[in-house]
Design a protein around this ligand. Structure first.
Ligand SMILES: Nc1nc2c(ncn2[C@@H]2O[C@H](COP(=O)(O)OP(=O)(O)OP(=O)(O)O)[C@@H](O)[C@H]2O)c(=O)[nH]1
Ligand SMILES: [Mg+2]
Length: 316
């Protein structure tokens, strides 16, 4: 077994952090390590918290954390910021707010920083979920910032996704266009202390009616995270969804679909890594990049063909 997998099995938190760093850095030993870690897989509930910037996701995550700890559950929080992991004031703010949790061994908080990683942010986040699962956390909360394609990819691995909206912010239309509404298992109206709650609720109810979901109907939950209101409601609805996934076998089907996509994803990443490293290492090819009128289609065609003929990663 990979030494880090062994240490994670013994709940060594430094090994956990180290493994995530290897994931973020696209370390060549990544697949071997993750495969060993995967064999330790436990039964964490993956919960995605998504929504527009400033909707109150972090405040809500913070409240949930306290709530879950009071129930004796252990929690990992993964904060994903696709744009700027370090300069984002939001994340720095999160750190300050979440400070109170830092000394609790039942809590692990990590923000993802994968700019430039070949596999991309969604890939690294999925792997990180697996690592946290293997460690044995009961609940893994993934907070994403923004409502774009990257968030969509990340949220697809969550068992339960909560979409956080705020009254009178006009974010519903944008979220709808981005296809985020469809992945929401729960709608959370946060900042329910502000005016416009009734209208947003009506909009959501209308959406649900038109979407006409079979089986699970997304509940609408009102929260005021600044006042710690609605958090227990939110948690009981999240649990109700988990029970639904289990009893309807939907969870199993969801994970099966995910597995297929994931295998393709990993293979694509492996091929890409090989081709990329090879081209980056070849002076003549780097020289060719400087030719401003070179035909990119021709180059891609020839170089990929060349890579295949040399037996892929045989380095021949
Ligand atoms: N009035 C009111 N303000 C809230 C509520 N929840 C959060 N806020 C405020 O909204 C602001 C943004 O909260 P965050 O929790 O950082 O929101 P976020 O969605 O994590 O923000 P990003 O990570 O930047 O996308 C903060 O100033 C909070 O104090 C609420 O229920 N009511
Ligand atoms: Mg936040």
């Amino acid at each position: 077994m990979h030494p880090l997998a062994e240490r994670i099995q013994q709940q060594d938190m430094r090994a956990l952090a180290r493994a995530i760093t290897l994931v973020e850095n696209d370390s060549p030993e990544k697949l071997d390590m993750l495969s060993d870690i995967f064999s330790l897989k436990k039964n964490a509930h993956y919960i995605g918290i998504t929504g527009s910037p400033g909707a109150g996701k972090s405040s809500l995550v913070n409240r949930l954390l306290t709530h879950l700890r009071e129930k004796g559950l252990t929690v990992a929080v993964i904060a994903v910021d696709p744009t700027s992991p370090f300069s984002g004031g939001a994340l720095l703010g999160d750190r300050v707010r979440m400070n109170q949790h830092f000394t609790d061994p039942g809590i692990f908080i990590r923000s993802m920083a994968t700019r430039g990683s070949l596999g991309g942010l969604a890939r690294a986040t999925k792997d990180t979920l697996r690592v946290c699962d293997a460690y044995g956390f009961d609940v893994i909360l993934v907070e994403t910032v923004g409502v774009g394609q990257s968030e969509l990819d990340i949220m697809k691995v969550a068992d339960t996704t909560a979409l956080v909206l705020t009254p009178n912010s006009g974010d519903v239309l944008q979220i709808f266009k981005a296809g985020i509404m469809e992945i929401a298992d729960l709608f959370v109206i946060n900042k329910a202390d502000l005016p416009g709650v009734g209208r947003l609720k009506a909009t959501l109810e209308e959406y649900i009616m038109i979407a006409d979901p079979k089986g699970w109907v997304p509940p609408i939950i009102r929260t005021v995270s600044t006042e710690n209101k609605g958090v227990d409601d939110l948690w009981s609805e999240i649990q109700r969804h988990r029970t639904y996934l289990y009893e309807s076998h939907k969870g199993q089907k969801q994970r099966q679909r995910q597995l297929k996509l994931e295998v393709y994803d990993l293979i694509r990443e492996e091929i890409w890594r090989e081709v990329y490293r090879k081209i980056e290492a070849e002076d003549s090819k780097q020289e060719a990049f400087r030719d401003l009128i070179a035909d990119p289609y021709q180059m891609a065609k020839e170089w990929f063909q060349e890579w295949k003929e040399k037996g892929g990663n045989q380095h021949g």
